[in-house]
Ligand binder design. Structure first.
Ligand code: AMP
Length: 306
C-alpha cells in the first residue's frame, strides 16, 4: 500500500538544556519518513532551496525513502529555530524563515496520485487541500496542523477537516481548535466537524485515539534520558501510518497497534538530537520496543475475590 507524505524539509537549529544543533536536517516530512521507513517505503513531497545539503537526504534513500517529490527551488531552504525549557515540556520558536517554502505549491510526480495512505504534514491548509485534490482514491487521509494555521486560516482548516479521516494533533492544538480546555471534549468537538477519528498527542503523557464510540490510550515509552523533543509528533505519525500501510488495514485492532508503533517511534525521536535518535534503529529494534509496551500496559485478568 503506497504511503505518501507532504510536509516541511527543513534545517533546524535547536537549543535544549543538554546541547544544541545548527542547521541540522529536520522538518515534519523528514521526521515522518525516517520513522515510517522502518516499517514501509515512503514517498515525500516537499521543497528545498539551492543551499540544502541534498546528500544528507540521499543517504536516507537506502532506507526506503523516495525524495523524487522534493522540488529544488532557487533560494533559501526553510529554517526553524527553537529553544526548550529546562524540563523539555515547553518550547519557544525563536525564528521561522520560510525561504522557498513561501511559494511552495506541492505537485505530485506522475504515478504518485494513486497513493493509498497519505499524511498531510503541518503546512498551510490550502496547500494540504491542494494535495488532496491531486489524489485519485486515497484509502486513509491523516492530517496535522498547528496553532499558526488555527489562528490564521481557521475557515480553510475547517474545510480540510471535512475531507480527512483522522486529525492528528497535540493537546494544545486540540484545545485551541475547539475552544475547550478538556481534551476529551475537545476531541468530541473535532469529531463533530469531519474526521472519523482524532489522535491527540500529549508528549511524555502518551496519546489518545478518539472515535465516536471508543477511546484508546497509549502511554509514552518511559525514558530516563531525553535529549531533544523536536519531531516527536511527526515521528509518531510516521510510526502510526507506516504500520497501517504495512498491514494494509484500518481495522480497530490495527489502529490500536498503530498507536503503539507511533508511541515507540516518538520515543526514538527524543533520544537524540535531530534525527540521530534513529541511528542504529532497525526493524528488530522497533519490534522489541513495541513488545516492551505489551509488558508496560498488560493487566492480567483478576481472579474473582472470594
Ligand atoms: P514537532 O516537534 O513535531 O512539532 O515538529 C518540529 C518540526 O516542524 C521541525 O523540524 C521544524 O522544522 C518543523 N516546523 C516548525 N515550524 C513549521 C512550520 N511553520 N511549517 C512547517 N514545518 C515547521
Amino acid at each position: 500500500m503506497s504511503l505518501l507524505v507532504v510536509g516541511s524539509v527543513a534545517l533546524d537549529s535547536v537549543y535544549t538544556p543538554f546541547g544544541e544543533t545548527a542547521d541540522a536536517l529536520g522538518g515534519s516530512a523528514v521526521y515522518f519518513s525516517v520513522a515510517a521507513s522502518l516499517l514501509h517505503p515512503v514517498r515525500v513531497v516537499g521543497v528545498v532551496g539551492d543551499d540544502f545539503p541534498v546528500p544528507e537526504l540521499e543517504r536516507l534513500s537506502a532506507a526506503g525513502i523516495d525524495w523524487a517529490g522534493v522540488e529544488r527551488a532557487r533560494g533559501e531552504s526553510f529554517r526553524w529555530k527553537g529553544k526548550y525549557s529546562y524540563d523539555l515540556q515547553s518550547r519557544e520558536t525563536l525564528e521561522t524563515r520560510l525561504g522557498v517554502f513561501a511559494d511552495f505549491r506541492p505537485k505530485l510526480p506522475a504515478g504518485w496520485q494513486a497513493a493509498k495512505y497519505i499524511f498531510l504534514g503541518n503546512i498551510d491548509p490550502v496547500l494540504q487541500l491542494g494535495v488532496l485534490e491531486q489524489m485519485t482514491a486515497p484509502r486513509l487521509v491523516v492530517c496535522d496542523t498547528m496553532n499558526y494555521w488555527i489562528q490564521g486560516k481557521k475557515a480553510e482548516l475547517m474545510a480540510l477537516l471535512g475531507r480527512v479521516d483522522i486529525l492528528l494533533v497535540n493537546d494544545s492544538e486540540a484545545r485551541e481548535l475547539s475552544g475547550d480546555w478538556n481534551i476529551h471534549r475537545a476531541g468530541r468537538w473535532i469529531l463533530r466537524h469531519g474526521p472519523k477519528m482524532v489522535v491527540i498527542k500529549q508528549g511524555e503523557y502518551g496519546a489518545l485515539l478518539l472515535e465516536r464510540e471508543r477511546t484508546f490510550y497509549v502511554p509514552a515509552y518511559p525514558l530516563e534520558e531525553v535529549f531533544d523533543p523536536t519531531g516527536a509528533g511527526d515521528a509518531f505519525a510516521g510510526g502510526f501510518m507506516g504500520y497501517l500501510a504495512r498491514v494494509g488495514s484500518t481495522d480497530p485492532g490495527q489502529l490500536r497497534r498503530a498507536m503503539v508503533y507511533g508511541s515507540a517511534m516518538g520515543g526514538f525521536a527524543v533520544q537524540g538530537f535531530g534525527i540521530r535518535g534513529f541511528e542504529n534503529i532497525d526493524y528488530d529494534a522497533v519490534q522489541k520496543r513495541v513488545g516492551a509496551f505489551v509488558e508496560l500496559t498488560h493487566v492480567p485478568s483478576a481472579e474473582p475475590i472470594p
